[in-house]
Design a protein around this ligand. Structure first.
Ligand SMILES: Nc1ncnc2c1ncn2[C@@H]1O[C@H](COP(=O)(O)OP(=O)(O)OP(=O)(O)O)[C@@H](O)[C@H]1O
Length: 449
């Protein structure tokens, strides 16, 4: 795969071509928009580096045509210094990034390496999806997955190997590490990529709707069942069902899920008829499911049935090398204006431990960008816990503090309701099942006597 450079300034063009060839890239050049399109048709292009202002067709016109022909193409615009509004506009058109003139070659190389790596992952996904869906009307969309650290490379290599088989996969990892993103990638790389991917968060379904949500119901099966409903299993038929937070499934449903997986059929609530299903199940949890099984809170046979194959997504603090690329990704994805980072800001962000992992980083960037006063993020634009991690650490990390608070609230509600669980659950506004689960989690028991 090659890099295309389109620039009408011969000096700059030659400089960029020479520089990138020296870095080992294969490069093709064009002197204007029309030639750029001709080169694009002639060569396999992974990344287009387009001057925004060219005679004839401008960079953004060329970009729009190329992206329409190949959505997997990565593109970067070269803009005039300070042309902030133009840059924002071209990013809306689908450019992944931009760089200002005069081009800083070191910065350019960093951006190119990142985009080429994203292109490699996206093409990997698309290569497989193409073979299965080459009759589909729409081109596959790239999955934005950042990660070039050794830990992520290992994870991605395992994902590629897992994807081919039909077995259930159990994805484990702390909250926000990207378990759902991995499940989507497994699906996209699998032979059933053109079939549906249905995701359901088991922690978010009210107790009384669980069975109907998973298996569906017939009209009139219960009071509010005004019409027939197809459950997640049926909707995912032929494809992949992603059961997030599987550790939260109530015991009765665990047995039904196990039966569905073993017998490969389900029955809608209120129906007498079995429906055959052919679904690959991927489950995820941020709990220690083995420990839950050992403690009798999760069916052991279901645990083993789910973890035929398993994948652990490493926490972000164990792959800090990915942090700069993730930041860049979130900045360019959400930017309404082109924001950059002061070196000290990046330094603080790379050092922080992220108990909430990639999701926390994503929120920190969104928040800081919204509140930032200038176009360069300074340390004072970052939240307190990142600027002064030692102060936050002295009272425990965010998760520990939240756990302590939750435990105290549970204890207070239980004492107030004289340890009658129904009453305590009602007072806390949670179901009894969730209350029992939390009592187990914090080892809370009614005091003897
Ligand atoms: N490698 C990655 N590249 C880009 N974005 C990522 C990556 N990993 C995670 N994200 C983003 O981080 C957020 C959290 O990811 P995701 O929902 O997959 O995590 P999770 O482990 O399933 O979380 P939870 O345990 O809370 O269910 C999402 O917005 C996702 O797009």
């Amino acid at each position: 795969m090659k890099i295309l450079i389109a620039d009408d300034d011969p000096l700059q063009r030659e400089l960029l071509v020479g520089f990138l060839e020296k870095q080992g890239y294969q490069v093709v050049a064009a002197a204007d928009g029309h030639e750029a399109l001709a080169q694009f048709q002639r060569h396999p292009i992974a990344l287009a580096l387009l001057d925004h202002r060219m005679p004839g067709l401008t960079g953004d016109q060329v970009l729009a045509q190329m992206k329409a022909a190949n959505p997997l193409l990565r593109a970067m615009l070269i803009t005039a210094y300070g042309a902030v509004e133009t840059a924002v506009q071209v990013m809306k058109l689908g450019a992944d990034d931009f760089i200002e003139k005069p081009v800083d070659l070191k910065q350019l190389l960093g951006k190119i390496e990142q985009l080429m790596q994203r292109h490699a992952v996206a093409t990997d996904v698309a290569a497989v999806t193409h073979t299965v869906t080459n009759t589909a009307a729409t081109a596959p969309q790239p999955l934005d997955l950042i990660g070039d650290s050794p830990a992520m490379r290992e994870t991605l290599s395992l994902v590629r190997r897992l994807a081919d088989s039909p077995w259930t996969v159990l994805i484990q990892g702390e909250t926000g590490t990207g378990k759902e993103v991995m499940a989507q990638l497994i699906h996209q790389l699998s032979p059933v990529a053109s079939a549906p991917f249905v995701a359901v968060n088991c922690a978010a379904i009210p107790d009384n709707l669980f069975e109907s949500e998973l298996f569906g119901h017939e009209k009139g099966a219960f009071t509010s069942a005004e019409r027939q409903h197809r459950g997640c299993f049926e909707r995912a038929n032929g494809g992949t069902l992603f059961l997030d937070e599987v550790g939260e499934l109530p015991a009765a449903l665990q047995s039904k899920l196990l039966r569905a997986l073993q017998e490969k059929h389900i029955r809608r609530v209120g129906s007498e008829r079995d429906i055959a299903i052919d679904v690959r199940v991927i489950a995820a949890t941020n709990r220690d499911l083995r420990a839950l099984a050992a403690a009798g809170q999760f069916r052991e046979d279901l645990f083993f049935r789910l973890k035929v194959l398993d994948l652990t997504v490493p926490p972000l603090r164990e792959r800090r090398a990915d942090i700069p690329a993730l930041i860049q990704h979130f900045l360019t994805r959400d930017a309404r204006r082109p924001i950059q980072l002061a070196p000290e800001t990046l330094d603080l962000l790379v050092r922080y431990d992220y108990p909430g992992n990639v999701r926390e980083l994503e929120h920190i960037i969104q928040r800081s960008v919204t509140l930032a006063r200038g176009l360069v993020l300074q340390p004072h634009d970052l939240p307190e816990e990142i600027r002064h991690p030692a102060a936050a650490a002295s009272t425990g990390d965010l998760q520990t503090q939240l756990d302590t608070l939750e435990r105290d609230l549970l204890l207070a509600a239980l004492e107030k309701s004289e340890w009658i669980q129904t009453r305590a659950a009602e007072q806390l506004g949670i179901s009894e099942r969730v209350l029992r689960y939390k009592l187990g989690k914090y080892g809370l028991r009614r005091p003897a006597g």
